[in-house]
Design a protein around this ligand. Structure first.
Ligand code: GDP
Ligand code: MG
Length: 162
């Protein structure tokens, strides 16, 4: 039985880009338009000899009616079915109220959570990750899904929770 890792976070933070980076190929759909991934999509992945399933989810926009709430519930189902969660936030945008609402729901799930601060594309923007300590989710791991920065360390930590 392989572990299941769910990738969650607001729309447009780079979840699908991260999934593609982990898979080493472009399978998950990346779009400049927020909210393109409407469903849960599961892929077989491997890191450092460990096989696992990675689940890409639509943006988790909370407290919104209509299609966004449908997307949110897909993310909730993904978390429910997962063994561990990577919460992705956007280091360039900074901490938002939506991030905080997502954290509240993730805490209630009781699942292990690893916090990834994406879009830290270079060492000169490393300082942007520190703000996310405020979420109380432990160490914010700064990554650039686009450039492949910090992914190995993030996966090492995530694998330990599976
Ligand atoms: P999702 O909605 O969370 O799945 O986000 P996507 O993976 O579709 O990415 C949304 C946008 O952010 C796209 O324009 C990506 O190219 C961009 N993006 C993703 N990761 C990074 C990153 O590490 N750095 C930068 N600068 N942009 C990124
Ligand atoms: Mg996506």
């Amino acid at each position: 039985q392989v572990g299941v890792l769910a990738i969650v976070g607001r729309p447009n933070v780079g979840k699908s880009t991260l999934v593609n980076r982990i898979l080493g190929r472009r399978v998950a759909v990346v779009e400049d338009t927020p909210g393109v991934t409407r469903d849960r999509v599961s892929y077989d992945a491997e890191w450092a000899g460990t096989n696992f399933k990675i689940v890409d989810t639509g943006g988790w926009e909370t407290g919104v009616e209509g299609i966004d709430s449908a997307v949110a519930s897909q993310a909730e189902i993904a978390v429910h079915l997962a063994d561990a969660v990577v919460l992705v936030v956007d280091g360039q945008v900074g901490l938002t109220a939506s991030d905080e609402r997502i954290v509240t729901m993730l805490r209630a799930s009781g699942k292990p959570i690893v916090l990834a601060v994406n879009k830290i594309d270079g060492g000169d923007s490393e300082y942007l990750a520190a703000e996310f300590w405020k979420l109380g989710m432990g160490e914010p791991y700064s990554i650039s899904a686009m450039h492949g920065r910090g992914i190995g360390e993030l996966l090492d930590v995530a694998m330990d929770t599976l």
